[in-house]
Design a binder for this molecule. Structure first.
Ligand code: FAD
Length: 510
């Protein structure tokens, strides 16, 4: 073991990859292992919002809301390809939260932090506005419209990992942390390749436990005791149905049980509905939407829209486990969404930092907080200053958000053999890096095999070589959402093709 990394990170979700990126940019040497696919845990199973969290104001979580509100425009600016501003319609409903409460909450939302480009709140007459048209007649008369952003959560994870790798971080996927031992000045971390079982041990000055819902298990394995802060696992499910309405705004509906349910335009032809909140026990890897969750979300949609939504309409469902800090709240829906960093720095020994909680929205600030807490255990290296991740674009995001249409137009002109919708999808996923994928191709046939729904061999090869994709599921459900469009036979053909092409070890270990 010749090299001693500055940091070893367990977990390739948004938090682990965000920390790896920030550390690598500051000149620190970072190692990250992920037992499955990048973002395969909670970070691909969110509501996909970069939002302040209107609901958290009710629980007086002002610090979290302010930080999250400010991050909306920061993340939009560094990733304008995968983040889009979105208007949300909040209908007022008699008997639920009073209109003055909604107005006060939205006033705070508009003014608490960092809103420069996103438009503010306005009142809607739902009898006159198109937003009222798909709703159940007679239930809603007024509403409010406010701004937040949507994000491709799984791609945000991968782009952070890609950037970290380009700045020197070592990212190992399908690699499980199986044993850790603490020495005076370093951790020894043993990792196993999940397919071959081959083990290696690496050394690092600092160990970061970013294992999300597995944080307690990893902490127990490392130190023999669980973190001091308790973790509360809260399951949340979503369903995806064919598009319920024509316009591009999202809805946030209040429920009689005090919860809220979003209806969000999704992937062009679909509507995303979620989420639920219930305490979860069991293996986070086995979580899936229950019949009860699906029924709850269908009922919520049917109570709000003129069209009823049935379980048979569900095109796709997914479920994730929030690894929340247990603040003793009685109900899962009000447990804090803020993060807690727990530093274990037993006298003179190498430190362990465990992350409990957090949100996709605040991952960048969490990474900064982690490096700040660890600063005295890390060597001074030549690199970018703290805060750099908020001003440096993620891969493919090097254009002004207002220029998105121009980027699509430019690429469509340079590649006239592609349909415009295809170019828009590529730019929406890869930004300016779509050019690298298309290479010098002058005709569609030069992009190789066509797997269906505009997915070509050139794109799959790019995902294997640049984005650690190894299975058809990685490609269809995390790097893209083309799983919604490929037939079973097409997905099986992709899986067979991916199984056949030999993946050089160098690619796996990029
Ligand atoms: C239903 C739901 C909706 C949400 N909606 C939003 C939203 O709209 N906006 C928002 O900002 N946030 C949202 N969140 C919160 C957000 O998704 C999470 O806070 C975030 O994804 C947690 O990221 P993480 O990196 O901590 O965990 P994860 O993404 O779970 O990453 C941890 C990783 O560690 C890996 N791992 C575990 N053990 C090991 C080991 N021994 N060796 C190697 N790897 C290991 C796992 O495989 C996993 O990939 C939502 C969460 C849920 C569940």
């Amino acid at each position: 073991m010749s090299e001693i990394f500055d940091l070893a990170i367990i977990g390739g979700g948004i938090n682990g990859c965000g920390i790896a990126r920030d550390a690598a940019g500051r000149g620190l040497s970072a190692f990250l292992c992920e037992m499955g696919d990048l973002g395969g845990g909670t970070s691909s199973r969110s509501t996909k919002l970069i939002h302040g969290g209107l609901r958290y104001l009710e629980q007086y979580h002002f610090r979290l809301v302010r930080e999250a509100l400010t991050e909306r425009e920061v993340i939009w600016a560094i990733a304008p390809h995968i983040v889009r501003p979105m208007r949300f319609v909040l209908p007022h409903q008699a008997g639920l939260r009073a209109a003055w409460m909604l107005r006060t909450g939205l006033f705070l939302y508009d003014h608490l932090g960092g809103r420069r480009r996103l438009p503010g709140t306005r009142v809607l007459d739902l009898a006159a506005d198109t937003a009222g048209q798909p709703l159940k007649p007679g239930v809603f008369t007024t509403g409010f419209e406010y701004s937040d952003c949507r994000v491709d959560d799984a791609r945000l994870v991968v782009l952070n990992a890609r950037d970290a790798a380009e700045r020197g971080a070592k990212i190992r996927t399908r690699t499980r942390a199986v044993a850790v031992s603490r020495r005076r000045d370093a951790w020894h971390l043993t990792v196993a390749d999940v397919s071959s079982g081959k083990r290696d041990t690496i050394a690092a000055r600092v160990l970061v436990n970013a294992a999300g819902p597995w944080v307690e298990r990893v902490a127990f394995a490392a130190c023999g005791h669980r973190p001091r802060g308790k973790v509360r696992l809260v399951q949340g499910s979503h369903i995806v149905v064919r598009r319920l309405y024509a316009h591009e705004r999202a809805y946030i509906f209040q429920r009689p049980d005090g919860r809220i349910v979003f209806a969000i335009p999704y992937e062009g032809d679909f509507t995303l509905l979620g989420t639920t909140d219930r305490d979860y026990v069991g293996d986070p890897a086995q979580v899936s939407a229950t019949g009860e969750d699906i029924a709850y979300l269908c009922e919520a949609a049917s109570a709000a829209f003129a069209r009823s939504v049935e379980p048979a309409d569900v095109a796709w469902s997914y479920s994730g486990v929030r690894p929340l800090y247990d603040d003793g709240a009685s109900e899962a829906k009000v447990a804090s969404r803020d993060y807690v960093l727990e530093l274990d720095e037993a006298a003179g020994a190498a430190p362990l930092l465990s992350i409990i909680g957090g949100k996709i929205t605040t991952y960048r600030r969490l990474a900064e907080a982690v490096l700040h807490r660890l600063a005295r255990h890390l060597p001074a290296r030549k690199g970018l200053p703290p805060g750099w991740t908020g001003t440096t674009p993620l891969p493919g995001g090097n254009f002004d958000p207002e220029q998105l249409s121009a980027v699509i137009e430019g690429m469509a002109e340079r590649h006239p053999f592609l349909e415009r919708a295809h170019v828009a999808r590529l730019v929406g996923a890869y930004g300016t890096r779509a050019e690298r994928m298309l290479g010098k191709a002058k005709a569609a046939a030069e992009l190789g095999r066509h797997f269906g729904a505009t997915l070509t061999e050139a794109e799959v090869r790019y995902l294997i070589e640049q984005e650690w994709a190894m299975t058809a599921e990685d490609v269809l459900w995390r790097r893209t959402k083309l799983g919604l469009r490929l037939s079973e036979a097409e997905a099986a053909a992709l899986a067979a093709w991916m199984g056949e092409i030999a993946l050089p070890t160098a690619v796996r270990r990029a």
